[in-house]
Design a protein around this ligand. Structure first.
Ligand code: OAD
Length: 246
């Protein structure tokens, strides 16, 4: 495939690069997306599974659902797209991954600077005393575990509907995105706010925006260059262009 010339030029001169990723980034790792073909929210109701009052009403059911997702994530591996992003750190002064994904796959692939806007499914904390519990056996438990300090319910450290994003991480993501000269939007429907403000802010601060997605999205019209295709196929090709630059 041929990439557009203005993009290749930008790739040669960019210093600060941000990869903003969503569920489509991990689709080729075997992790279902939320929307679009085969999306989780086509079959299951987020109101019953991904909010705090649903958890209080039926903690075992919500916990079990997250355990199911953890198992899928643990049984699968980062894909060629995750590895290509990690590899690209060699070619720019600054590379930051800003992800909506909770699956930890960017870190597993070797990316060093990953800002997780929606948390991380591998961590858990107590809803009463807020203490984190990192015991590995928690992630084996089929029923919702209780806090070893206060007996409260343990929940996954993911952002549910209606909850605030981690404010410091969000602020840092905004700040690096506003300073980026090249900004990739990959595998996200870009409909969930406030995360979806980040690419818009990067654009208004002057970054060149490249979208990689198998479909058109809400942001396709706004970006500088929209590449239609799979993240796991397009990103290794971009890495090859950079190899030539060396
Ligand atoms: P979505 O499921 O909304 O969107 C996934 C996007 O990935 C779609 O636009 C697909 O077209 C695209 N896609 C699918 N396979 C792809 C591939 N192989 N390569 C490139 N693109 C591909 O996922 P998000 O935008 O991440 O929130 O969803 C945002 C948030 O909504 C999630 O973080 C989650 C969810 O509710 C929370 O958990 C708070």
């Amino acid at each position: 495939m041929e990439f557009r010339k203005d993009f290749i030029e930008k790739l040669k001169t960019a210093k600060s690069v941000v990869f903003f990723t969503g569920a489509g980034m991990s689709a080729e790792s075997g992790i279902p997306t939320f929307r679009g073909e085969g999306g989780i929210w086509n079959k299951l109701n987020p109101e019953e599974l991904a909010n705090f009052s649903a958890f209080l009403k039926n903690p075992d059911m919500v916990w079990e659902w997250y355990q199911y997702r953890r198992n899928i994530i643990n049984q699968n591996q980062p894909n060629a797209g995750h590895y290509a992003i990690a590899e690209m750190e060699k070619y720019f002064n600054k590379v930051t991954v800003v992800t909506q994904n909770v699956d930890n796959l960017h870190t597993r692939a070797g990316s060093k600077k990953v800002l997780e806007l929606h948390g991380n499914i591998e961590r858990n904390f107590c809803v009463d005393c807020n203490k984190f519990d990192y015991s590995p056996e928690l992630n084996q438990s089929q029923k919702v575990p209780r806090c070893r300090h206060c007996g409260g319910l343990i929940r996954p450290d993911v952002v549910w509907f209606g909850e605030m994003l981690p404010q410091e991480i969000f602020a840092e993501a905004e700040s690096v995105s506003r300073k980026a000269d090249l900004f990739f939007v990959i595998g996200t429907s870009a409909v969930v706010y406030p995360a979806a403000y980040i690419p818009l802010n990067a654009k208004s601060s002057g970054a060149y925006i490249v979208e990689i997605n198998v479909d058109e999205t809400d942001i396709s019209e706004t970006v500088n260059y929209s590449i239609k295709g799979k993240a796991g196929e397009i990103l290794p090709k971009i890495l090859k262009l950079l190899d030539k630059k060396k």
